[in-house]
Design a protein around this ligand. Structure first.
Ligand code: ADP
Length: 480
């Protein structure tokens, strides 16, 4: 068991089973079944082998006894044990139903004879299967008997009109002991193997699930601390556990970013909302002054109106941003050329007001994969920015098809953006400070919305700009 004290603490719910115990039980059952099967097979094989050996040895003795009976007279047959090895067998010879020889005592011989006569033939050569037989029957038959796991052979031989009947019994005590020892050995060996395999399996399972325990422990600690900046230790196991720890960390990072995003958004939003509200509050205080002139009151009301419009604009953009976060936008088809003309038309008064020259180079029928409503928002934001950040000079819009893409350039000759700011202008509420000098103050949400919408429609954005030399925003739409 691992020495880390944390393991003791990581108890699972009493109703739940640990992965380790599940694996261990399944493993134990499989090993038990395999070894049980192997034990049965080996005992059956041993039995068959023992049986064949006994039959072979009975037959050998039988041949030797027949040879002795045929060649020797009765007196000599009484000393047959001198010529035949009967150490593992009992031999009983009858001549015409009279006992001629037995290597056992009289009692044992009588007992064996009784035993043989009362048993049923289990391996008959003839048609006497499972029938009790009498002695007279027996002496006319030759064959094998099986009593328990031991074998008896009965044979008859005719010599000089006399019938010699003999029994050979494999030594029961010897065979029993021998076999029992082997059986016990097989079973004990299997129990030993079973215990060793359980022990090894336990080690292996512990080693395998150790990373899981480590991850679980670290996750519990993270949960306790509630600190989203912490990470679990990334394991180098090269398997699913490594994948689990890295995936879990990347999930934590995403959650941390989202939480940070929400926090930042709340802070930015309250800051942005507070500015117009403070202005409104100031103007209301002025209005409350009884000495205020009509002109000043009108001016205050105008400021209040402007600030409340700004508030509405901010809230509208917030709603749009949150809708973009969760909305699953469908792949719709729009015409870029039409959307551009509509946007230019609605912005013409502002361009005329600033006496900006407009240069249009727009191909016809520019079909792109984009939602028309969001396409209008994107183009409008780019065009209003170009107008907003250009004091005088010109604005040019170019749109054309390039293989599977449709390219849009919105170019102005305005104040430009410093290279250090280019990456930041797409962030929420980011406004380049210099751009504010003498310029209309924006909300800093337009390009953030453009970026989010373009991301959804897989439209790439590039910006090229030089301070005091104008900017060019390039969008690469997917053509249909
Ligand atoms: P805003 O409402 O301030 O225009 P945007 O998100 O649209 O917010 O733009 C972010 C900032 O990027 C602007 O405040 C401005 O400083 C800069 N910017 C955007 N477009 C242009 C442009 N065409 N020329 C110069 N600066 C630009």
């Amino acid at each position: 068991m691992p020495s880390n004290p944390h393991y003791k603490k990581s108890r699972i719910h009493p109703k739940m089973k640990s992965v380790k115990s599940k694996l261990f039980i399944s493993y134990g059952v499989i090993i038990f079944l395999i070894l049980g099967f192997l034990s049965i097979v080996s005992i059956v094989l041993l039995n068959t082998n023992q049986y064949n050996k006994q039959i072979k040895s009975l037959n050998k003795t039988k041949d030797e006894v027949i040879k002795e009976i045929k060649t020797k007279d009765d007196e000599e047959i009484r000393y047959i044990y001198k010529n035949i090895d009967l150490s593992n067998q009992y031999l009983i010879i009858y001549k015409n139903n009279n006992l001629l020889f037995s290597n056992q005592s009289k009692e044992k011989t009588a007992y064996l004879l009784k035993d043989v006569l009362s048993k049923k033939r289990t391996t008959p050569h003839h048609n006497h299967k499972n029938h009790s037989i009498s002695f007279s029957n027996l002496i006319q038959q030759e064959g094998y008997f099986q009593i328990a796991s031991h074998n008896i052979l009965v044979a008859n031989i005719e010599k000089n009109r006399h019938t010699y009947t003999f029994f050979i019994v494999s030594n029961i005590a010897f065979a029993d002991d021998g076999l029992n020892v082997v059986y016990q050995l097989v079973i004990m060996l299997n129990i030993l193997i079973f215990l060793i395999l359980l022990f090894l399996g336990n080690l292996l399972i512990n080693k395998t699930i150790k990373p899981l325990k480590l991850i679980l422990q670290e996750v519990k600690e993270l949960e306790k601390s509630g600190d989203l900046s912490k990470r679990v230790k990334e394991l180098k196991t090269g398997d699913e556990f490594e994948e689990l720890s890295t995936t879990f960390n990347s999930l934590l990072k995403k959650i941390e970013n989202s939480v940070e995003n929400i926090r930042q958004f709340s802070s930015d939003a309250s800051h942005e909302l507070r500015t117009p509200l403070t202005v409104i509050q100031g103007e209301l205080d002025l209005l409350r002054d009884k000495k205020i002139t009509t002109d000043n009151a009108k001016e205050a009301l105008h400021v209040i109106d402007k600030e409340q419009q700004k508030l509405q604009e901010i809230i509208k953009n917030f709603l749009l941003l949150s809708r973009l976060e969760k909305e699953n936008l469908e792949d719709k088809i729009s015409f870029l050329d039409r959307a551009l003309f509509e946007s230019v038309e609605s912005n013409l008064p502002f361009m005329e007001e600033k006496k900006l020259k407009l240069n249009l180079q727009i191909q016809d029928d520019l079909k792109i994969i984009f939602d028309e409503k969001y396409l209008q928002i994107v183009i409008n934001n780019l065009l209003t920015n170009a107008i907003k950040y250009t004091k005088n000079g010109n604005i040019s819009i170019e749109a054309y098809k390039d293989r599977d893409k449709t390219i849009l350039h919105v170019k102005d000759s305005g104040i430009g953006i410093d290279s250090s700011d280019i990456d930041k202008i797409f962030e929420r509420f980011y406004r380049v400070d210099k751009a504010r000098n003498g310029m209309e103050k924006g909300l800093g949400l337009g390009l953030c919305i453009v970026k989010k919408i373009c991301h959804i429609y897989k439209c790439k954005i590039e910006v090229k700009s030089q301070i005091n030399n104008g900017s060019c925003f390039t969008l690469k739409f997917i053509s249909t």
